[in-house]
Design a binder for this molecule. Structure first.
Ligand SMILES: [Zn+2]
Length: 88
C-alpha cells in the first residue's frame, strides 16, 4: 500500500479564498482531536480525496473539508476547536 501524498495548507488557499475574505493560510488553528495549535499553512492538504481535506500534523485528524458540487460549496470545520485570524 502506498502512502497518500499531501501538500501543505497553501494548496488550499485558492478554494478557501472564495469563502473567506482573509488569508486563511496565515490563520491559527487548534485541532479538536489532539489540541495541536499551528498555522493553517502547515496542515497537510489532500486534494485527491472527495473534495479537499486538511489534516492535523499532530494526529492526522481531519481539520477541514471543502467540497464543491455544482453551484454550492460545503465547508466542514468540525475538526477545529477554533480558527484564529489576526486583524492586524
Ligand atoms: Zn490533531
Amino acid at each position: 500500500m502506498t502512502e497518500a501524498t499531501y501538500l501543505d495548507g497553501n494548496a488550499a488557499a485558492g478554494a478557501l479564498s472564495e469563502l473567506f475574505a482573509v488569508d486563511i493560510t496565515a490563520a491559527i488553528t487548534r485541532c479538536a482531536g489532539c489540541g495541536h495549535v499551528g498555522v493553517f499553512a502547515e496542515s497537510r492538504v489532500y486534494v485527491d480525496a472527495p473534495g479537499m481535506v486538511a489534516r492535523c500534523v499532530g494526529c492526522e485528524g481531519v481539520l477541514l473539508r471543502v467540497v464543491t458540487t455544482g453551484e454550492d460549496t460545503y465547508l466542514d470545520l468540525r475538526g477545529l476547536t477554533y480558527l484564529r485570524v489576526s486583524s492586524s
